[in-house]
Design a protein around this ligand. Structure first.
Ligand SMILES: NC(=O)C1=CN([C@@H]2O[C@H](COP(=O)(O)OP(=O)(O)OC[C@H]3O[C@@H](n4cnc5c(N)ncnc54)[C@H](O)[C@@H]3O)[C@@H](O)[C@H]2O)C=CC1
Ligand SMILES: O=C(O)[C@H]1O[C@H](OP(=O)(O)OP(=O)(O)OC[C@H]2O[C@@H](n3ccc(=O)[nH]c3=O)[C@H](O)[C@@H]2O)[C@H](O)[C@@H](O)[C@@H]1O
Length: 474
């Protein structure tokens, strides 16, 4: 029988909150700490502060029993055996990761420590961060044998975070000390030994009592690099297919067919081969920059990553020009925008390409009516409504009287629009899809001109006048 471990999770953002709730779900006692009391109060009252599938149910199930929320880090540290650090590691002005939040937590832990503790890097951090945490602890007078630092990077995606956490492709435990590694093994045992999947209330997914997720033991430094290298590789895959998409447009080929043909090769795989308006979010942009910066610190030029970034920036610009070429001029045009979040199924707008594009269109003199199923409130905080920017109540409300309909985020509901209704609402039947959510033949059947990514412009089939006459005379 797996044992229950007393866990503190510092940071109740996307990763901290999901990790905390999932640790409670697999049987541990969790205290989740945040220095933002608005978050801890909301969470204590059972309010799920982010849009994430399964989170409200799990929060309701464990709140006040297996999980509690507080701003008191010292008390939480003293009550716990393992402290997961899940605070932000944003990009600094020069590209490298800003580790000041991590340092602040390490210092606070050092001041409160009352026995052997394992500090776990859950945040994404550059290689050698474990060493800096160790030095910070020792600088504060903590004896080296009263703590260990472990790297346990998180690979969840927003939108499927709970399911990713409970059915992980892999769990990586980077530790240079057996005692610490054993504690981490105990924490993940319900998953790696399968007890969790045997439970009737387990979240269904790819693993079950017979088929279990792998746990990989590595050195601490290797684990730190695994996380950066994984995100950089995924970003590279996206930039690669975006570059191929641009070639397909020029050569009048179809990138969806090309990606399908490439992805059937198991060595390549079919995931993360969707071209679009460039990757965004709080992680890929900053992690690619941070990884490049890590290489620089070691005197290495990881120029490949600069190309990944360059292609990504170019992809947004291309989409902007695509809209311009579809509408001839932009000043005074009314655009209906579907999607604000950086991808579907989340309310996260950090580094969202949709928001960047809206800013570009507004600067060009367009007026915009935007709709998103979850991200409008967050967007209003940085882009308040104005005479040029209105937030709509649904996709059809956004489309009313617009010169063109733009899809910027891959929400499922945007792939299933009533195109006949849309056509009647829009001023002109023009659909410019930055996420390739439709088959061109389907859209044109409904009378739309369809602009997408990596595929030729598709126009509605019109019966030429001459053939109409011919038909009438037959
Ligand atoms: N968002 C994601 O999908 C993923 C993020 N990561 C990594 O996890 C880390 C956290 O990311 P997010 O959860 O998105 O960040 P976030 O910004 O949503 O959350 C961080 C939280 O930490 C709190 N915090 C900051 N300093 C604190 C302190 N001294 N004491 C207590 N709380 C403090 C903040 O108030 C905030 O609520 C980053 O390193 C990120 O790269 C890793 C995998 C997935
Ligand atoms: O470190 C992190 O924070 C996380 O970063 C990403 O997860 P996430 O940012 O939630 O979202 P993704 O699904 O990876 O999408 C990132 C961006 O790439 C774009 N994307 C994704 C896939 C694709 O084929 N094409 C594409 O343009 C998305 O639209 C989005 O803007 C990784 O997928 C996670 O494994 C990782 O844990």
């Amino acid at each position: 029988m797996a044992r229950s471990v007393k866990i503190a999770v510092v940071g109740s953002g996307y990763v901290g909150l999901v990790a905390a709730v999932c640790f409670a779900e697999i049987g541990h006692e969790v205290i989740c700490i945040d220095n933002d009391s608005r978050k801890t109060e909301a969470l204590s009252n059972g309010i799920s502060i982010i849009h994430e599938e399964h989170l409200p149910e799990l929060l309701a199930k464990h709140n006040g029993h297996k999980i509690s929320f507080t701003t008191d880090l010292a008390a939480a540290v003293q009550a716990s055996e393992v402290i997961f650090i899940a605070v932000g590691t944003p990009q600094s002005d020069t590209g490298h990761a800003d580790l000041s939040y991590i340092e602040a937590v390490a210092s606070e832990v050092a001041r409160s420590i009352n026995g052997y503790k394992v500090l776990v890097e859950k945040s994404t951090v550059p290689v050698y961060t474990n060493e800096w945490i160790r030095r910070t602890m020792e600088r504060h007078g903590v004896e080296h044998d009263t703590f260990d630092v472990v790297s346990n990077p998180e690979f969840l995606r927003e939108g499927t975070a709970i399911s990713d956490f409970l059915h992980p492709d892999r769990i990586v435990v980077g530790s240079d000390h057996e005692r610490a590694a054993e504690l981490l093994d105990a924490i993940y045992a319900p998953l790696t030994k399968g007890d969790y999947y045997k439970r009737a209330d387990a979240l269904p997914g790819r693993f079950n009592a017979e088929n279990l997720p792998p746990l990989l033991h590595t050195s601490t430094k290797s684990a730190e690099i695994i996380k950066h290298a994984s995100n950089a590789f995924l970003a590279l895959k996206i930039s690669f297919i975006n570059a191929v998409a641009n070639l397909c447009e020029a050569a009048e080929a179809d990138v969806v067919q090309v990606a399908q043909g490439m992805g059937l090769d198991e060595r390549i795989g079919n995931r993360f081969l969707s071209p679009g308006i460039g990757y965004g979010g709080s992680c890929f942009p900053k992690d690619v920059a941070a990884f490049r910066s890590v290489a620089e610190q070691f005197g290495l030029d990881f120029g490949l990553l600069s190309e990944v970034e360059k292609i990504n920036r170019g992809q947004q610009k291309r989409f902007f020009e695509k809209v311009r070429s579809a509408l001839w001029t932009l000043r005074g045009k009314k655009l209906a925008v579907l999607g604000l979040s950086f991808k579907g199924d989340t309310d996260d707008i950090r580094e969202s390409p949709a928001i960047d594009l809206i800013r570009l269109f507004l600067a060009e003199g367009c007026s915009i009516t935007a709709y998103d199923p979850a991200a409008i409130d967050r967007t209003k905080e940085i882009l308040p409504a104005s005479d040029k920017l209105r937030y709509a109540s649904d996709a059809y409300d956004a489309a009313e009287g617009a010169d063109a309909l733009l899809i910027l985020t891959d929400w499922k509901e945007f792939a299933d629009l009533d195109l006949d209704r849309m056509r009647l609402l829009l001023q002109f039947p023009i659909l410019i899809d930055g996420r390739n959510l439709y088959k061109p033949s389907k859209v044109t059947k409904h009378g739309f001109s369809y602009f997408s990514v990596g595929r030729s412009v598709a126009r509605p089939v019109r019966t030429p006048k001459a053939s109409v006459q011919k038909l009438q005379t037959v």
